[in-house]
Design a protein around this ligand. Structure first.
Ligand SMILES: NC(=O)C1=CN([C@@H]2O[C@H](COP(=O)(O)OP(=O)(O)OC[C@H]3O[C@@H](n4cnc5c(N)ncnc54)[C@H](O)[C@@H]3O)[C@@H](O)[C@H]2O)C=CC1
Ligand SMILES: O=C(O)CCC(=O)C(=O)O
Length: 409
């Protein structure tokens, strides 16, 4: 699929789920004015229609970009996830079509860590149930089962950007931090990596989950794992809803085995704020149930808006793919005076020589060339004299293994 460069006002951005206005401001500052903005996620059929004409789409965690949606998105060049998680995007479907996917890996991590530490304090003090009781007119003044966090053990599952930050804050408040991760990690401060999940669960006063949604983390905390936890321990999940078996958690709470839970993410979440939130956990006073707002602070959303919009604009302007989650990463300089050819291909033997042949056979002068590959995809960027870019693009697009090619003026 070969694409010619378009004037900026013809490049359509579809922004969904009420991404922060900083995204629109950033795009407009860069000259992109064709922006369709929706406050909510769109139902699949509406999404298919809206995305058909879009070159770029911006989503948060609700919009599922499935194979079917990508099939309807014939013009799509890149996806911006205005969040950390990219599990809502079928990354294989995107890669197969040469659609780059970007996210914001850092901007909301602090917000999640702060929410978790707040919940740890309030749940260990029994504040969730005392608050719920007070709203019903009951007075629960007691120190029974009410603890400080100082000296307690925090078990972090998934010691990545959020887990590490949480560990540092928790330690500064006097907690002992231990973590379980599939990868060997450098422990910050006095944190300690433990060898198994069971080891962590059986030995923590508060367990907080910070793993991505993957096959391996599906129902990672089920009945067997909950049974390993200490009597009265607290479970916090601000990662993804699929990581905890909610029925098993519900049973553990009903039996009084856990001291409480803070749950921000659910296997099924309402599509919008107008829909009812349905969960067996609603019956428990000793839980904080929050509507997936771990990363929803003014600071985080404003930064994410700018960060992801800048990545999309940069990719559109000059082909830079730095920090793409599914594409080879190439940081590119400006290409004033030359035309820039972008060639995305399957990473198969012989394709680079076919690409280079185009230039030796046509005599098109190459002023710069950049190449980066992943196991599946190769991304070659070639700067050429303006008058020859059409013929070179046509030849590049015809090479076997080409996924997509385009030219930037
Ligand atoms: N509630 C909310 O609003 C938010 C939720 N999130 C969720 O939090 C997750 C974590 O975010 P980050 O810390 O930034 O991700 P990250 O990628 O920096 O860290 C994830 C860590 O989990 C580890 N891990 C992966 N699979 C594992 C497994 N099976 N067992 C143990 N460890 C495993 C990884 O090795 C890595 O250290 C995101 O993937 C996202 O789903 C992120 C931001 C906001
Ligand atoms: O705020 C959002 O829309 C989603 C936050 C989140 O879960 C993420 O960043 O992965």
């Amino acid at each position: 699929m070969a694409q010619q460069s378009l004037p900026k006002d013809k490049i359509k951005f579809l922004l969904l789920e009420g991404v922060h206005p900083s995204a629109v401001e950033t795009l407009e500052r860069d000259g992109y004015t064709n922006i369709e903005f929706h406050k909510k996620a769109l139902p699949p059929e509406e999404l298919k229609k809206a995305i058909a004409g879009a070159h770029f789409v911006g989503i948060r965690s609700r919009t599922q970009l499935t194979e079917e949606i990508f099939e309807a998105a014939k013009k799509l060049v890149a996806v911006g996830c205005f969040c950390i998680g990219t599990n809502q995007v079928d990354l294989n479907a995107a890669t197969r079509r040469g659609v780059a996917v970007f996210n914001a890996p850092f901007s909301n991590t602090r917000s999640v860590a702060e929410l978790v530490i707040a919940e740890a304090i309030l749940l260990l003090r029994g504040v969730a149930e005392k608050n719920a009781a007070a709203h019903r007119g009951e007075w629960m003044k007691t120190a029974v089962n009410s603890y400080e966090i100082r000296g307690k053990k925090l078990g972090i599952v998934g010691y990545g950007n959020i887990g590490m930050q949480l560990g540092v804050i928790a330690e500064s408040m006097g907690m002992q931090v231990q973590f379980y991760d599939v990868v060997n990690k450098l422990p910050l401060g006095n944190a300690r990596q433990v060898p198994s999940l069971n080891n962590l669960l059986g030995n923590s006063d508060v367990v907080s989950l910070h793993v991505p949604e993957t096959g391996a983390t599906q129902d990672m905390i089920g009945a067997a794992e909950l049974a390993q936890m200490q009597q009265g321990a607290i479970l916090i999940n601000a990662s993804r809803g699929t990581v905890v078996d909610i029925d098993a958690l519900s049973e553990a709470l009903a039996e009084g085995r856990l001291g409480g839970a803070g749950i921000d993410v659910f296997p099924v979440e309402p599509r919008s704020n107008d829909d009812e939130f349905i969960s067996p956990l609603r019956q428990f006073d000793n839980t904080f149930l929050t509507p997936h707002i771990g990363g929803s602070t003014v600071e985080a959303q404003e930064n994410i808006g700018m960060e992801v919009a800048e990545k999309l604009a940069k990719y559109s302007d000059n082909g830079t793919t730095t920090s793409s989650v599914n594409f080879p990463e190439v940081a590119l300089p400006e290409h004033a005076g030359s035309h820039r050819l972008l060639h995305i291909h399957r990473n198969v033997p012989g394709i680079m020589s076919a690409i280079n042949n185009v230039f030796s056979e046509t005599g098109v002068n190459v002023s710069a060339q950049y190449l980066q590959t992943t196991e599946e995809v190769g991304y070659v960027v070639i700067d050429v004299d303006a008058e020859y870019s059409d013929v070179a693009l046509e030849r590049l697009a015809a090479i076997d293994g080409t996924i997509r090619s385009r030219v930037l003026f």
